[in-house]
Design a protein around this ligand. Structure first.
Ligand code: RP5
Length: 169
């Protein structure tokens, strides 16, 4: 276990949200909000594939031993973080393409979604919708072995259904 993940083992959190930059937090905070609402412990970290590659390797190699079950990785532009992390851990990795200034996130999406066969990254939509849905997918995975969480997730979904009015107001 690395220095980076050593602290995580004492207080294991099933979901790790990582992002390439502080600037990604505006998007990735929506994943954290959903996990918070569902009562899922999570850890949020800035892990850049090109600015802090050693941190990325230490995180990815130590994540399973640290008790992480699912990784949500957000990045923008040449967004190699989710794929690199997926190559270093057997844990499921959900990638969130962050909307970029230059190409509105299409660059991020293409960088994340086109993984060659053998190293999967579950790729979500660009931006807030993707971050939100990454958290919901992580919750669904964890709910397979956690009945209490499955009940909370059902309630969360039922509340969303109930919030849809029959006619516009
Ligand atoms: C990527 O470059 C990050 O994931 C971010 O989306 C993008 C821009 O980063 P900053 O220049 O805002 O730090 O590595």
């Amino acid at each position: 276990m690395s220095d980076l993940t050593a602290g995580m083992a004492a207080d294991p959190k099933p979901v790790a949200i990582i992002m390439g930059s502080q600037s990604d937090w505006e998007t990735m905070r929506h994943a954290a909000d959903v996990l918070e609402a569902l009562g899922i412990a999570h850890d949020c970290r800035i892990v850049s594939a090109h600015r802090t590659p050693d941190r990325m390797v230490a995180f990815a190699k130590g994540a399973r031993a640290a008790g992480t079950k699912v990784i949500i990785a957000g990045a923008g532009g040449a967004a190699h973080l989710p794929g690199m992390v997926a190559s270093l851990t057997p844990l499921p990795v959900f990638g969130v393409p962050v909307e970029s200034k230059a190409l509105s996130g299409l660059d991020s999406l293409y960088s994340i979604v086109q993984m060659p066969a053998g190293i999967p990254v579950g790729t979500l939509a660009i931006g807030k919708a993707g971050a939100t849905n990454a958290a919901l997918l992580a919750a669904a995975v964890l709910a397979l072995s956690d009945e209490a969480l499955a009940t909370r997730l059902d309630a969360w979904r039922a509340a969303r259904t109930a919030a849809v009015t029959e006619r516009p107001e």
